[in-house]
Design a protein around this ligand. Structure first.
Ligand code: SF4
Length: 302
């Protein structure tokens, strides 16, 4: 064992007691995704208490959050005020400054973010009111109590469309939209929350202005939900084994990958400590440098 922080020895909340029905596993897409990416990362984030020391904030997360909030606030304006000219003020008002190397890099990132927003908003009809902006959708299955916040829910004809903004550098394809567990769960939950059919999911990549779309079927959504339920069962089983005395490192093993370099827990993880170290601002710097190597490992920025 090489952990710096001991896991809590609590009985997991989902544990059945005396024949009582099991509680549903309460989750968001990011909670499920954390376990699917790396069970150890999940443990550091959701199980160990006190929580291990996280790494410093990432500038690419700050950039993504700033852009998302500016778009949310743009839609909160009256239709007449939804102009491209409104964007600098909106972006400045909720700009997240954490993680940048210095003021010069932060100013360059602000300029890039503003250009992405101006180009993207230029393609929108201000009179179109989405069904939801950063709207929470929630639903239950026999295993899960799921909730998530969707960047935007549009209505096209009689159907809903899930829209997820992306600001990472890597280009996106329809395979990314098809394979996204989060998008599928959002669609599944949106249909049940808003009571309108929802099969379309879209990734709107602001750096390129491209849209990666996929049309789900009832069956493909069910497959995603079923896999999410499998993940939930795996998590509950791991928590139970740990509560029963199994070595926490064995219950929640590491899953090394190129994501380790971008992991918040890299410095406390025995595997992550050997991963290539990235500066908090290095992903943003590559986004600012058009001559950089696009194929190099990049974090999955929102
Ligand atoms: S550094 Fe890698 S192996 Fe360790 S918790 Fe993070 S993702 Fe998992």
């Amino acid at each position: 064992m090489s952990e710096q922080v001991r896991p809590r020895a609590a009985v997991p909340e989902q544990l059945a007691l005396g024949g009582m029905p099991e509680k549903l596993f309460v989750c968001t897409p990011s909670k499920l995704g954390a376990y699917e990416d790396c069970p150890r990362r999940f443990r550091y984030q959701y199980v160990d208490r006190p929580q291990p020391q996280k790494g410093p904030p990432w500038a690419h997360n700050s950039l993504g959050a700033s852009v998302h909030t500016a778009l949310k606030n743009w839609y909160a304006l009256d239709v007449a005020a939804r102009t491209v000219e409104a964007l600098p003020r909106l972006l400045r008002a909720t700009w997240v400054a954490e993680g940048y190397r210095d003021g010069a890099q932060e100013r360059a990132a602000f300029d890039v973010a503003l250009r992405w927003l101006e180009e993207y908003v230029g393609t929108l009809d201000p009179a179109d009111d989405p069904v939801g902006v950063e709207r929470v959708v929630a639903t239950r299955t026999p295993v899960l109590a799921f909730n998530g916040r969707v960047d935007r829910i549009d209505r096209r004809g009689d159907e809903l469309v899930i829209v997820d903004y992306k600001t990472g550098r890597a280009p996106l394809t329809s395979d990314d939209a098809r394979g996204s567990r989060a998008l599928a769960l959002y669609a599944f939950a949106a249909e049940r929350t808003i009571h309108r059919r929802c099969r379309s999911v879209e990734l709107h990549h602001l750096p390129t202005g491209s849209v990666a779309a996929h049309e789900h079927t009832e069956e493909s959504l069910r497959r995603h939900v079923s896999r999410a339920e499998d993940t939930a069962r795996d998590i509950v089983a791991a928590q139970r084994r740990m509560a029963a005395g199994e070595d926490p490192d064995a219950a929640f093993p590491t899953a090394p990958s190129n994501r380790c370099s971008w992991c918040d827990w890299r410095r406390v993880c025995p595997v992550g400590r050997d991963a290539v170290e990235r500066e908090p601002w290095s992903s943003v710097q590559r986004a600012l440098d058009p001559a950089g190597d696009a194929a190099e490992s990049t974090p999955a920025a929102g």
